[in-house]
Design a protein around this ligand. Sequence first.
Ligand SMILES: Cc1ncc(COP(=O)(O)O)c(C=O)c1O
Length: 378
Amino acid sequence: MKTELLTTEFPHREGLVYLNHAAVGVWPKRTAEAVKCFAEENMRQGAADYPQWMAVECELRQRLAWLLHAPSEEDIALLKNTSEGLSLIAAGLTWQVGDRIVISNQEFPSNRIVWESLAKQGVALDIVDISVPDPEAALMAACDDRTRLLAISSVQYATGLRMKLDKLGSYCRLNSVLFCVDAIQSLGGLDFNVGQVQADFVVADAHKWLLGPEGIALFYAHPDARAQLSLQQFGWHMVEHVGDFDRLDWQPARSARCFEPGSPNMLGIHALNASLSLFKEIGMVAIEQQLMERSAWLIRWVGQQAKLALLTPKERDRHAGIVSFYCRDLDATGHELLYRKLMGKGVICACRGGAIRLSPHFYSDVEAFVPVWQRLVD
Ligand SMILES: Cc1ncc(COP(=O)(O)O)c(C=O)c1O
């Protein structure tokens, strides 16, 4: 990976150690430029070149299909955020009283609340403790013949636990359970192959590991799973003959565009498309390798500090970009204070699950964290 490219694309301000991609990532320079350019164009000539904007939209869809190793961009819709995608699934499936859903006890609220909302339809939620040696076995053991769907984050937001999605996917396929992956904590950091994972649904917003803006998300639905979703939102953009405004009869688009009721988020599309061009240029295999080296470095560093303990599993196949740790002699308030001190010293990080959460990306200088830490603890 060319250092030159990284220095150009990530010109952070002096003294900043940005380790917070699990919350909100930074934009590469090319994304900032694309947004500036788009703003300038809007100011000077509005949407005079709308066909060109549609070409960017088309390119983004192709790049997202590349990112997921999806067979077709027709399986991907552009939504506002992960929560919206999960909500479309929950509201779109037809549930019977007694149906069950399996999730883990480490999910971000978006991937719990949405399923809890189905209780009024008689759908039961099984929340499985995955703080065990074999989390996938625990999830599979919780499924029975009433289980309709298993929803899981590819990487858990607080502990950083990485799930073995292939294992869960093949179990779900074999047992006719719908498999829904919230991939926001891995997509852009780890290579993701939707066919290998056998996911029915994949949802992820752009503003974390994909280094894009908030307010634009991808929603993948396998064609068979897509056919099971009743539509929740309607408008001119979700019909098969889009743009034929005089037509009175309509059918939903055959592609996943049927989930996009109205005007697209063109600003977000321009930004995310620029971010994805960087991922394509470097390649997901190289990005994953660089990211894993950085998280392994941090994990080793934590292991060498007597006062610190890891919350994140240290095995290579059990973590991704999140490294969370806690101080043995601090309580929750102490961690909150420590987090504020780190932020004050320019280490942008988070406090989650009672621990300090560091989340570098493939370009991050993780070693720059250490001198700041030492100045704080000395
Ligand atoms: C695992 C997970 N899912 C969903 C979300 C929320 O995503 P969105 O704001 O795109 O709905 C987050 C945010 O931190 C998350 O960590």
